[in-house]
Design a protein around this ligand. Structure first.
Ligand code: NAD
Length: 505
């Protein structure tokens, strides 16, 4: 696989420091291996942070915050616009690096960079539109309003499966809000983070703002150190529910704020009156895209009796013919899993399902290497099958037959996660019942669209063990700012709220 080489335009070396504070690269910690999951070969090594390196990055981001927050928001937006322009230039090489390092197919790798560009454009717009409400005061000749101020340096901890886009959802919005950012990327994809940091430095260094975006690569301990640091008012963490529980607790213990984007166990409901072709295509992309390693991956199909058989057969056919292989090959639909550990988790989940009596309709095996490949796997399960309650980060799809909408919604909501959900139906009544307060309990609910592939314009995130955070579009920017309620008295009296009297003669 000769073409599995790091694009030269990114100017990456075989050994890169993974710590960048105020534009200065220096790291003394353990080396993190950047491995190509397709070939199982090393791409490069990235030197991680020591605890002292991490402290230095936090101090640097704190002092950079003092000047960045003074800049008018539209000026900050202008710098984010320049980063968006640079990302446009680097879309192909950076997209290829993402594919190489995390194994997603090239079109998804480039799509991830496109998502960064989209969020940059969105953040530029926000830099001229974020504002507060003016509210009626109960007191005469008083004006009450809200304003939003920059929050401080923000810690951003990210997962391997979106090695660059999730950083941009947080960092580019936080930056226009006036915050500086410390990025702790996944230890499994440190090289993509180094590449993005270099792009940011290229734009911001000549302008004297190189401390706005900082990198602090390392393992879990680096994330733990960032989470407990009181100088960081907000920690945005994306990853497993286990990680979110630990980070959330650590941040709450110091009265900080956390924004948690955690695991999902997303279902698609297919009713008898659904457009089956549409449902089929959406389930295939939702379950096989990114080799089943998206937080929004479709993990369960809850199909009504009359369509269950046909849908299962069509899915089994499509699963059997989906091309698994080199993510850089345009024919490939399913690349490798991130590493051998993920293959082990996949195999254990299949064995557990089989032991519990579930029927494997397609797939179930791992590839013979090199590379962390597994077969797309379709399993017929029952409502009570225990393994279905878990998020196995792999292309395993459970099919469950349901009587009707009520049972489907009840099964869908019975898992501990609450990220994304979808229904396929041509009935307006069923669609509305799915969307109403007693319907889906997820942060995302779609009709005749799958669970995966959200647009950046909406707020993204989920409920229950998914963590409750919201990122990207809509008013998610509020998480990166502090709200101040202000009241101005332009009269000559001092009336008290609630009619309280406190007269001093
Ligand atoms: P992970 O939890 O293993 O690691 C995520 C990040 O957290 C890494 O950078 C890791 O070093 C760090 N980390 C781990 N333990 C920590 C701790 N105790 N304190 C501080 N930092 C810690 O997750 P992963 O395997 O990289 O990613 C897969 C998971 O991420 C899946 O569960 C997926 O659903 C979830 N995810 C969620 C979203 C979302 O937006 N909801 C998006 C992408 C991925």
């Amino acid at each position: 696989m000769n073409h599995h080489t790091i694009p030269a335009e990114l100017e990456l070396k075989p050994l890169e420091p993974g710590v960048c504070s105020n534009g200065e690269w220096a790291a003394q910690g353990e080396e993190l291996l950047s491995t190509d999951p397709t070939t199982s070969k090393e791409l490069a090594r990235v030197v991680g942070a020591t605890p002292e390196d991490t402290l230095r990055v936090i101090q640097g981001a704190q002092s950079a915050f003092e000047s960045w927050k003074k800049l008018p928001a539209p000026r900050r937006g202008e710098y984010v616009r320049l980063i968006g322009e640079e990302l446009r230039r680097y879309k192909k090489p950076l997209g290829k690096l993402v594919s190489l390092e995390c194994g997603k197919i090239l079109s998804e790798g480039e799509g991830e960079v496109q998502e960064m560009i989209d969020i940059a454009d969105f953040a530029v717009g926000l830099s001229r539109t974020i504002g507060g409400a003016t509210l009626p005061s109960e007191r005469p000749e008083h004006r009450m309003f809200e304003q939003w101020h920059p929050l401080g340096p923000v810690g951003v901890i990210t997962a391997f499966n979106f090695p660059v886009a999730v950083w941009s959802w947080n960092a580019l919005v936080a930056a226009i809000c006036g915050d500086t950012v410390i990025w702790k990327p996944s230890e499994k994809t440190p090289l993509s983070a180094v590449a993005v940091q270099k792009i940011c430095n290229k734009v911001l260094e000549p302008e004297g703002f190189s401390g706005v975006f900082n990198l602090c690569a390392g393992g879990r301990e680096t994330g733990e150190q960032i989470a407990v640091d009181e100088r960081l008012p907000l920690i945005s963490a994306t990853g497993s529910c286990r990680m979110g529980r630990e980070v959330g607790t650590a941040v709450a213990a110091r009265m900080g704020r956390s924004l948690l984007e955690l695991g999902g166990n997303n279902a698609v409901i297919v009713l008898d009156d659904a457009d089956l072709d549409l449902a089929l295509r959406a389930v295939l992309f939702g379950s096989l895209g990114t080799a089943g390693q998206r937080c929004t991956t479709t993990r369960r199909v809850l199909a009504q009796k009359n369509v269950f058989g046909e849908l299962s057969r069509k899915l089994a056919d499509a699963y059997g013919s989906a091309v698994v292989g080199d993510p850089l090959d345009p024919q490939t639909l399913v690349g490798p899993l991130i590493d051998e550990e993920a293959v082990g988790t996949f195999l254990r989940a299949v064995a557990t399902a089989r032991d519990s009596g579930a029927e494997i309709l397609s797939g179930g095996k791992a590839g013979e290497g090199p590379g962390s490949f597994v077969e797309p796997t379709l399993i017929r399960a029952e409502r009570g099958t225990e393994i279905v309650q878990e998020e196995t980060f792999a292309p395993i799809l459970y099919l469950i037959e349901v009587d009707g909408l009520d049972e489907a919604i009840s099964i869908q909501n019975s898992v501990s996660q609450g990220l994304s959900s979808a229904i396929f139906t041509d009935s307006l009544r069923s669609a509305e019942r799915f969307l109403c307060a007693t319907g889906s309990d997820c942060g995302i609910a779609n009709v005749n669209i799958g669970t995966s592939g959200a647009e950046i314009g909406g707020a993204f995130g989920g409920e229950k063990e998914t963590g409750g955070g919201r990122e990207a579009g809509s008013d998610s920017w509020k998480a990166y700012m502090r709200r101040q309620t202000c009241t101005i008295n332009y009269g000559t009296e001092l009336p008290l709220a609630q009619g309280v009297r406190f007269d001093i003669d």
